[in-house]
Write a protein that binds this ligand. Structure first.
Ligand SMILES: [Zn+2]
Length: 234
């Protein structure tokens, strides 16, 4: 009976739809990772920023250390000159010069010491920021593992539904009808068979001609919706 076959086909379609939904859920899984991937990227960027600031500070300190050494060399040279001069004016001028250099050298030394202390702070910040990166990496790994498990579960769910679907499809007396249903479903998407409600196709919600609605109820032959091409069932 055509009516029986159409009802079976509607059940087959229910399970096909269920499989599509599970597939869509599976396709959504990678999106669950996006938030955690962003959190990890942010943690890595923050750690890189701390590292750069630390490197910059170290570079600046190295330059100051060179400058400090140069100042001390100058002072040493000036002191030698000071002992060699005979007149008081020159002696006083060099003395003044030495004092100026000493003040500059002291300032440099203070700045170097401050940078050393700051460097200790940076070491702490660096280890904190790499700990944060590690936490976010672990979270991502866990989430990835969960996604793999979720994917496997959905695969198993699909196989269960597929088995039921194929068992149902095997009950069809009309193999050509199943092939047609699959063809329409592939072409139109979603539904391959639609019920009619009153004189409305429930696939595209367009009105059927009155005679057509009557013919469908008779279940004498397969009738397709003139608008969407779906198999119609009364
Ligand atoms: Zn239609």
């Amino acid at each position: 009976m055509l009516k029986d076959d159409l009802e079976i086909l509607l059940k087959v379609q229910e399970m096909d739809t269920r499989m599509d939904e599970i597939d869509a859920g599976k396709a959504d899984i990678p999106k669950q990772l996006e938030g955690q991937q962003a959190a990890l990227a942010a943690a890595r960027a923050a750690a890189a920023e701390v590292k750069k600031a630390s490197d910059d500070l170290l570079k600046a300190r190295k330059l100051q250390e060179l400058e400090f050494a140069a100042k001390n060399a100058d002072i040493k040279k000036l002191q030698e000159q000071q002992y060699a001069v005979k007149d008081n004016n020159s002696f006083a001028a060099i003395k003044h010069e030495i004092e100026t250099r000493k003040t500059e050298a002291e300032k440099l030394e203070e700045s170097i010491l401050a940078a050393m202390m700051e460097d200790d702070n940076f070491k702490k910040k660096l280890s904190e920021s790499s700990a944060v990166v590690k936490v976010e990496e672990d979270k991502l790994k866990q989430l990835e593992a969960k996604c793999v498990e979720d994917g496997k579960k959905l695969d198993a769910d699909i196989e269960i539904v597929r088995k039921q679907r194929n068992e149902e499809a095997a009950k069809l007396g009309n193999a050509a009808l199943l092939a047609k249903y699959e063809e329409v479903r592939a072409n139109v998407g979603g539904l391959g068979i639609a019920r009619i409600e009153g004189s409305n196709c429930q696939g595209c919600f367009m009105n059927l001609r009155p005679q057509e609605a009557i013919d469908i109820k008779k279940n004498e032959k397969v009738i397709f919706c003139e608008t969407c091409g779906r198999i119609l069932c009364g």
